[in-house]
Design a protein. Structure first.
Length: 262
């Protein structure tokens, strides 16, 4: 059984949000596929966290591989399904207390761009999480959750900026998770993209959200920098590095992805 501290770290590292923009960004954009068009995103993440509590040093290493498929229902409306697979390992003072892997909670989302004028656009993204992960292994909540994100995008060539205001409500099947985790999580983040050339973009991202750990008074915040390279107009590869700005955020994470549109 995972210790309460290690299990809380697992939840904070991997389960505090479902909205993702153009990978490796965490902040989403208002862009949609267009009616009858599809996008497949394959992503990978390696995260490292080190925490010390009551004289015990907890190290958490996590790997996540994910696939997200989106389809354009209308020119301004997409449906997105994302399924992550995780490998999590936790150590306390060098002793392994958890070594688990499996499918985590999947998500189903709709993105509706309801306003667009002079380079400014707004979108709304409601979502639900599906309890496909094993909560006993720390891979899911065991209950259906829901949320919504307001998205704003502003284009000022060669720059593009995105703002997200998000809310998620989580329910927990296990009593210990119910007692130790907040149900209502807010998220605020800002991202910027700079178009270096037709096929290369530099991206940056900062954000903060409510800490799901009831015992912590510090909200996790992060900063991210990365690159998106377009091999063709319909095929992108990306690489990003995310660092924690607060002690409750994951110390460091390396992100990589491949995006295909057709």
């Amino acid at each position: 059984m995972i210790s309460n501290l290690a299990k809380a770290i697992v939840i904070m590292v991997f389960m505090t949000g479902t909205a993702f923009g153009a990978h490796p960004l965490i902040t989403d954009d208002t862009g949609t596929n267009g009616k009858g068009k599809f996008q497949v995103e394959l992503t990978g993440e390696f995260a490292y966290e080190k925490e010390k509590s009551d004289g015990i040093t907890v190290k958490e290493k996590g790997y996540e591989a994910g696939i997200a498929v989106s389809a354009g229902l209308l020119d301004t409306l997409d449906i997105i399904c994302a399924i992550p697979y995780q490998w999590n390992k936790a150590e306390e003072d060098g002793t392994t207390v958890s070594d688990e892997n499996g499918i985590s909670d999947a998500s189903l989302e709709l993105k509706w761009r309801f306003f667009e004028q002079n380079g400014l656009s707004f979108a709304l993204k409601p979502s639900i999480t599906i309890p496909s992960g094993d909560e006993d292994k720390g891979l899911g909540t065991g209950r259906v959750g829901y949320g919504a994100t307001f998205i704003a995008t502003k284009e000022i060539a060669p720059f593009t900026f995105h703002i997200n205001l998000g809310y998620a409500h989580n329910e927990y099947k296990l009593e210990e998770d119910e007692d130790s985790n907040e149900k209502n999580i807010w998220h605020i983040s800002l991202a910027g993209l700079y178009e270096v050339s037709d096929n290369l973009q530099v991206v940056a991202n900062i954000g903060v959200e409510r800490n799901p750990d009831k015992e912590s008074g510090t909200d996790p915040s992060f900063a991210l920098i990365g690159l998106i390279y377009s091999i063709t107009p319909d095929l992108d590869v990306d690489l990003g590095f995310k660092a924690g700005l607060s002690g409750t955020e994951t110390d460091a994470a390396l992100l990589t992805g491949l995006t295909m549109r057709f």
